[in-house]
Design a protein around this ligand. Structure first.
Ligand code: DC
Length: 222
């Protein structure tokens, strides 16, 4: 198969990472979860007393943040200054912190540069909010996943329950709505469908069905 890149964007809980991971296994390529990178920056700020509202301080912190992605058979692991933070970044507080630091221009520029570097010369699936619009504007295939807020909150609810984390469905719904608003209304690289992206509403679709759909679309493109 020729080298390819797939950009998957969409709001929180639309199924991006589950679908991207399955596709990467099927297509034998690297998967990069760019949200984890913004989460790591947010987590660094939370654990080092850096106020998330202080754009200058958050931007200055970038010099002390080294993010490394390792690809294992169980998927991507993310290391922040050598520490595996793959699970620690996945709290409600971590989601809100990621969404906040992701509004800052210097944070985005640093992350985009790393992401573009990683996508060079290898087949890749990347998910996030600005992959089709900014990070990989020439991606072989661009997918924009959506689902109703209710469905997305329910998916997160089940995910947290499976991990034994306490959660409240209504609180998840408002957290997701708030993040949708912040991610799509920010000035720099807001969450938006690229003009040439294919939109898939996953509300009533099965994961395997979507994965097969995307695989067929890629084969058409190649
Ligand atoms: O995909 P996620 O829910 O783990 O992302 C966490 C936050 O990071 C999300 O609310 C917005 C931000 N983000 C972004 O701005 N751009 C990306 N490419 C990925 C994530």
């Amino acid at each position: 198969m020729k080298t390819f890149s797939i950009a998957i964007d969409g709001p929180a809980g639309a199924g991006k990472s589950t679908i991207a991971k399955k596709l990467a296994n099927l297509l034998q390529c690297i998967y990069i979860d760019t949200g984890a990178m913004y989460r790591s920056v947010g987590y660094y700020c939370l654990t080092n007393g850096i106020a998330l509202e202080d754009e200058q301080a958050v931007s200055a912190a970038l010099a002390h943040i080294e993010i490394t992605l390792k690809h294992t058979s169980e998927g991507q692991r993310i290391f922040l200054n050598g520490e595996d933070v793959s699970e620690k970044i996945r709290t409600a507080e971590g989601s809100a912190a990621a969404s906040k630091v992701a509004t800052y221009g210097q944070v985005r520029a640093a992350m985009v540069e790393r992401q573009q570097e990683m996508a060079k010369s290898t087949s890749i699936i990347m998910d996030g909010r600005d992959i089709g619009t900014v990070v990989l504007p020439f991606a072989t295939l661009k997918i924009f996943l959506t689902a109703s807020v209710e469905e997305r909150a329910m998916r997160r609810f089940k995910e947290y329950q499976e991990k034994g984390m306490s959660c409240d469905l209504e609180a998840l719904k408002s957290e997701i709505s708030l993040r949708d608003k912040q991610d799509s209304e920010r000035e720099i690289s807001p969450l938006k469908k690229a003009d040439d992206a294919i939109e898939l509403d996953t509300t009533h679709m099965q994961i395997d069905e979507i994965v097969e759909n995307i695989k067929a679309l890629l084969e058409e493109r190649l």
